[in-house]
Design a protein around this ligand. Structure first.
Ligand SMILES: C=Cc1c2[nH]c(c1C)Cc1[nH]c(c(CCC(=O)O)c1C)Cc1[nH]c(c(C)c1CCC(=O)O)Cc1[nH]c(c(C)c1C=C)C2
Ligand code: 5AD
Ligand code: SF4
Length: 451
């Protein structure tokens, strides 16, 4: 394949590249940002603003071996209950620092597994959030749902709390692959979760599925995608499995020898993508798919697609506040991350202070670099008119910035007076091209593969 040899020459199959869910990326955060900065940034949010709120629940009943999320296993509800109490205290602290009249454009519960909360706990947490900050008109309330960890009573609690979007973890339907990644989940269990969601009139269903898993073949991923399409999710995240056992220790359970090589990963992605596109899904950025009419598809058409810690979003709020252990907040001034360890976060909140341990203060240069990387990840294009109008560039300064990218990537990028664009054939290189605009990370580090 000519494209494949070109991609090989450009280093796609050897590269380790950030996913750019933030810029700068989390590994560049420094302990110079602390609770005082976080408090100041929260206080600077204007009265009556709509903000986005993320609540992290770092508990699971079982720990899937493939998972790189910050979470811990627990068989009892006691630690979850104690943690939920702390979330309510954190909410009080936040309310005390925020100007009056703040509403939510988004509320997202992620994890971990938020659905391991018993129904009364879900009601209590949701009730406290909406008492403090009501949903803005058109707002979304979304929750990550583990199909193995949901039932009618918990679904009732979520629906009554006003859930608008359910996000289910699928990963793969193949039983052999499931055994190798430590995640049993029959098709019936997943289908039943979708039925419970839709039966309550929650008609927005997202699903997460992975390519690049151990023992995955084009035939097997095609089968999993077909099963997933039978459930007709509105939105699908097709993430590349990130094998980072030095960071996510439980991944040592996954034998390296069973992993597809980078060329095979590209083929797995393409098989899955082609099936989804043939079924009418629109490609959103590097790894999302959405039915036409879904918020992400509409935002992409309007040039309003944005990148955040969840991947892609159509949320335009300028402040995203992350609550709970390890969560990251984004403000116009910079990023602030809470203490990653649950114990340290809980201790800080119980003592009446925020747990912010690391972060980053934006420089003027960060602002335009962040936006260029976001534009590439969302639209595969850096539009000259935007950067001339909003960031003080001239055609000449843009041309100087684009020249080394063109020299490096040849016909995998196009450069003209209207800007820099990545044509279809160059799409697998998007994260590598974005890295050319990263002022912090010009050399490869311990990231996941570029494809
Ligand atoms: C919900 C689960 C996941 C979160 N991040 C990932 C998953 C699957 C994927 C991921 N994120 C990072 C890596 C490391 C390698 C890489 O490709 O860059 C992987 C596999 C980087 C990263 N992203 C965030 C953090 C804190 C990090 C690592 C830095 C570190 O802590 O050492 C931001 C972030 N990740 C997740 C959330 C919920 C989040 C911010 C709110 C979860
Ligand atoms: C929140 C979502 O993150 C994805 N997820 C969890 N662990 C990994 C990993 N190692 N690599 C890629 N994606 C992962 C899953 O698809 C989950 O549903
Ligand atoms: S994939 Fe979901 S259920 Fe499995 S360990 Fe990760 S957060 Fe927990």
């Amino acid at each position: 394949m000519e494209q494949e040899s070109q991609l090989t020459r450009l280093g796609l199959f050897d590269a380790r590249v950030p996913r750019y869910t933030s810029y700068p990326t989390a590994p560049h955060f420094k302990p110079t940002v602390g609770p005082a900065d976080f408090t100041r940034w929260v206080q600077a949010i204007p009265a009556g603003a709509a903000i986005s709120l993320y609540m992290h629940v770092p508990f699971c009943r079982r720990l899937c071996w493939f998972c790189a999320c910050r979470t811990q296993g627990t068989q009892s509800d006691a630690p979850v209950r104690a943690y939920a109490d702390v979330l309510l205290q954190e909410l009080e602290l936040l309310k005390a620092s925020l100007a009056p009249g703040v509403t939510l454009s988004r509320l997202h519960w992620g994890g971990g597994t938020p659905t391991l909360m018993p129904p009364d706990m879900m009601r209590r947490v949701a009730g406290a959030v909406f008492d403090a900050f009501p949903l803005a008109p058109g707002a979304e309330f979304s929750v990550e749902i583990d199909p193995n960890e949901i039932d009618e009573a918990r679904m009732d609690a979520l629906a009554e709390a006003g859930l608008t979007r359910a996000s289910i973890g699928v990963q793969d339907f193949d039983p052999d692959i499931q055994a190798t990644i430590g995640r049993d989940q029959s098709f019936e269990v997943t289908a039943e979760a979708v039925r419970m969601i839709r039966a309550r009139g929650i008609d927005s269903v997202n699903a997460d599925i992975l390519y690049g898993l151990p023992h995955q073949t084009p035939h097997r991923i095609a089968d999993s995608i077909q099963k997933l399409m039978a459930l007709s999710p509105d939105r699908i995240a097709l993430y590349g499995y990130a094998h980072v056992p030095w960071m996510a220790k439980r991944q040592v359970m996954i034998p390296d020898a069973a992993l597809p090589d980078p060329q095979a990963r590209l083929r797995l992605f393409e098989v899955a993508r082609d099936l989804l596109v043939a079924d009418g899904y629109e490609e959103i950025g590097i790894d999302h798919f959405a039915r036409p009419g879904d918020g992400l598809a509409t935002a992409q058409k309007a040039g309003l697609l944005r990148r955040n810690f969840q991947g892609y979003t159509d949320d335009l709020a300028t402040a995203l506040i992350g609550m709970g252990a390890s969560s990251i907040s984004r403000f116009p001034q910079g990023y602030a991350q809470n203490a990653p360890a649950t114990g340290a976060h809980v201790k800080a909140i119980r003592e009446g202070r925020f747990s912010t341990t690391r972060g980053h203060v934006f420089t003027p240069e960060d602002v335009w670099r962040a936006r260029m990387i976001e534009a590439l990840m969302c639209d595969f294009e850096i539009r000259a008119d935007e950067f001339i109008a909003d960031h003080g560039f001239t055609p000449a300064t843009l041309a100087a910035l684009f020249a080394p990218v063109k020299a490096q990537f040849g016909d995998m990028v196009t450069v003209s007076a209207s800007g820099l664009a990545i044509p279809e054939r160059g799409r697998p290189l998007t994260r590598m091209i974005a890295r050319m605009f990263d002022g912090y990370e010009m050399e490869a580090k311990g990231h996941s593969p570029a494809i």
